[in-house]
Design a protein around this ligand. Structure first.
Ligand SMILES: [Zn+2]
Length: 354
């Protein structure tokens, strides 16, 4: 059968539009934020900024402490030597310095987006001067965060293109000196839009200067590994990357309605959310990054750890102190209970009726 030319044109137009929409929505190969591209040359020691370490009397300057994960505050445990302090992002070394050893590297966006937040006060955050860019990918609003800058050259609300200059590297914030100047880069999910009221409830007397873009309200994914994985598979999306992450623990919570987190990131939904069950079961990576949310038939009256990876040492070392116990025994710590309140908005007065 012969297809009329106008129909063929419309069909082609639809295909092109669909391809364009996909290109705009997905994080098509993220750009590196500085001129340091040693990551893709396999030269990790030149890409990541080291940390000055003193462990069991031995000093060292390991670049691995600049990667994402439990890479800091080493402890000898029944599970061997493990890092007990979590690093939410990656630390990228400067490639240009002036005669006084100050970094000169331009900081650029990893993709197009909108400047969601700018903190120009070096003293009111451990991040020093930092900014957050929200990316409208089809995986929901993900936020890249650029910290310890000496100068920020964009304003909140401004649209930015991929690779656009947004600031200059520095050493503002906590625990840095000129020698260890670096860019701290994160790629985050937003945990809650009710952060301010959660903060006011649990941190009485301390002011939240950063609205929803406070570091406590963002869960970072392993952006260093994502760069490498995406360089090997250009079709890789954030949801697919997250699905491959190992689950450390699951928490079952009473089901009081749809979770805001799942509404914002629908790809977190696992199983049939239309089937009414008494509970939700949320799976977390060791970092507390939510990996999936599934309906659960197990009735609970309060958030309960329903599954945990076995370890010989204390779970608190492996989970940012969110889980307590050892082996298959595990309970939520007070910090863990607060964390679950934040991501379920259970601290907020109004419960949503499904
Ligand atoms: Zn860092």
């Amino acid at each position: 059968m012969r297809i009329p030319p106008c129909i063929r044109h419309i069909a082609w137009l639809c295909i092109v539009c669909a391809m364009l929409a996909k290109t705009l929505a997905a994080p098509a190969s993220l750009a590196l934020p500085t001129d340091n591209n040693h990551l893709f040359q396999g030269e990790s020691a030149q890409f990541y900024m080291y940390v000055n370490r003193n462990f069991e009397g031995k000093t060292s300057r390991p670049w691995k402490a600049g990667t994402y994960g439990f890479v800091r505050n080493l402890k000898r445990t029944e599970d061997g030597v493990i890092g007990t302090r979590f690093h939410e992002g990656i630390d990228i070394s400067p490639v240009k310095r002036d005669k006084a050893n100050r970094p000169l590297d331009d900081i650029r966006t990893i993709d197009h987006g909108v400047v969601a937040y700018v903190n120009n006060s070096a003293s009111n955050s451990t991040y020093g001067k930092y900014l957050v860019i929200e990316h409208g990918w089809d995986s929901g609003p993900l936020c890249s965060l650029y910290a310890h800058l000496s100068e920020i050259t964009v304003k909140a609300g401004q649209r930015v293109n991929k690779g656009q200059k947004i600031g200059i590297m520095g050493y503002t914030g906590t625990g840095l000196n000129r020698e260890r100047s670096h860019l701290h880069l994160e790629l985050n999910l937003l945990l809650s839009t009710q952060f301010d009221s959660w903060h006011a409830k649990h941190f009485k007397g301390s002011k939240n200067h950063h609205g929803n873009h406070n570091g406590l309200n963002m869960a970072g994914l392993d952006i260093g590994s994502f760069y490498i994985a995406q360089s090997q598979d250009q079709t890789l999306t954030i949801p697919r990357f997250i699905k491959s992450k190992q689950v450390y623990y699951k928490v079952t919570i009473p089901r009081n309605g749809p979770l805001e987190l799942v509404t914002r990131y629908p790809w977190l939904a696992k199983g049939d959310h239309q089937v009414l069950t008494p509970s939700w079961e949320i799976a977390f990576a060791a970092s507390g990054f939510p990996v999936s949310v599934a309906p659960s038939k197990r009735p609970v009256t309060a958030p309960t750890v329903s599954s945990v990876r076995k370890c010989l040492s204390k779970h608190e070392y492996h989970t940012k102190e969110i889980i307590r116990g050892t082996g298959y025994r595990a309970t939520l710590s007070e910090k863990g209970k607060r964390f679950i309140q934040l991501i379920t908005s259970e601290h907020a007065p109004a419960a949503v009726v499904e």
